[in-house]
Design a protein around this ligand. Structure first.
Ligand code: FE2
Length: 232
């Protein structure tokens, strides 16, 4: 059952979960109906859909690792025990991702009626995985942010975010930004990209914009361009 949530600081404090969780939700929401509508006799469509499933799995595995190695130890310093529940859920999520990967492999290997049932099971497993992640991400955004906002300044949280970003490989970075930037509001996009414009070599912003441009509509793209032309 939904409750009215009183998030002290929501929208006003620095939220390390907002961009990545919006990106993950967007990817999951786009992929689930795509797998549900998959034509299992169309090899090209199956290959593309399974590539997308595997890309989601890789993104989720990377996200689990970042949270386990950087965010949860930080939370434990802020409030001992505060990351225990999420850490346990992450172990379950890792198993879910393995099951999902095995099911994707089964869809790839099978043909005919065996593939039809393998693809239907993949769709159902993906729906369960999305469901467990949606509940989990909401708990992190509320319970973990309450701890972070109650004990740390925005500058300290930005420092944590910078340590997370520093661990991303170029491939992880591109895969993550492809989903994050289009999933944000125009104002959030600028909040996310202006510090990069101001602090990184120009080529970094150019590369990010080339990754995300195909996924922004005309209005979103011109708002972003206008905002990025603003004086530093
Ligand atoms: Fe998590």
């Amino acid at each position: 059952m939904l409750e009215v949530i009183q998030d002290q600081g929501l929208g006003a404090r620095y939220d390390i979960y907002l961009p990545i969780h919006k990106g993950l939700r967007a990817f999951m929401c786009q992929l689930r109906p795509r797998v549900g509508a998959l034509d299992t006799e169309d090899e090209a469509a199956v290959t593309e859909a399974l590539e997308a499933v595997r890309a989601l799995i890789v993104l989720c595995e990377g996200h689990l690792t970042k949270e386990d190695t950087l965010v949860h130890p930080y939370l434990e310093e802020c409030a001992p025990g505060s990351a225990e529940g999420a850490t346990a859920e992450h172990r379950d999520h890792a198993v879910s991702l393995e099951i999902l990967a095995a099911q994707a492999d089964l869809v790839a290997r099978t043909r005919g009626t065996a593939r039809v049932s393998a693809a239907l099971r993949l769709y159902r497993l993906l729906a369960l995985m999305v469901g467990e992640n949606f509940i989990h991400m909401h708990a992190e955004e509320t319970d973990h942010n309450a701890v972070l906002w109650g004990t740390r300044s925005d500058a300290e949280l930005q420092g944590l975010e910078a340590r997370i970003v520093a661990t991303l490989t170029p491939a992880e970075s591109a895969a993550t930004l492809r989903w994050i930037v289009p999933a944000l509001t125009p104002a959030e996009r600028l909040e996310f990209l202006l510090p990069i414009r101001d602090n990184a070599p120009p080529v970094v912003l150019e590369e990010i914009l080339s990754v995300v441009r195909p996924y922004l509509d005309g209005a979103a793209w011109s708002k972003l361009e206008r905002g990025l032309r603003r004086a530093a």
